[in-house]
Ligand binder design. Sequence first.
Ligand SMILES: [Zn+2]
Length: 203
Amino acid sequence: MTLNHSITHVVNEGDDGGEVTLPGISEGEIVVLRSKRRKKSISAYRQGGRIIISIPARMSKADERSVIPEMIAKIRAQEAGDSPSETLLLDRAVQLLEEFAPEIIQRPKSVNWRAMRERWGSCTSVDATIRISDRLKGAPSYALDYVLFHEVIHLHYFDHGPEFKAALARFPEESRAEAYLEGFEAAERRYMPPAVLPGAQVL
Ligand SMILES: [Zn+2]
């Protein structure tokens, strides 16, 4: 997994002016809610493509800065436990080609998880590399397979023309997978925009 995405969190005006850089986080991925009802407890959970971290309203900025990376690490560790390794993704992409598109002779060189919120996957045919959105960590296998298959057939079909579509349609659970991805996106949109939630800071 690449950790070269980093974002800078600039605290609100009137705060102490500190900054935190969080590695491996894409912009807008982390939302911090300050809750008046919370006394001591901190919670963190996934909501669509975001990690929501709820902290007590009175927590100091210094404590916030130390606790947030811990909570992110905790969520990431949980997700790593139930998401396939990149080696497994690569093997699976090749299996899918052999099973549903045996006419394609190109093979991917690498498949990597990537923090991407706008896309489910991407394929660079010149160097045969594929990236899969980490929003699919923990997704049902038919949805992950569908995105993998979509990207891997781009090694041969560069656009979304009729030949590409015909190949993609050989994936047996295409409509079920589409429904999963649409539902996931709808849930993300419903939650937007986090910036207007009272007390929310978008990192
Ligand atoms: Zn595509």
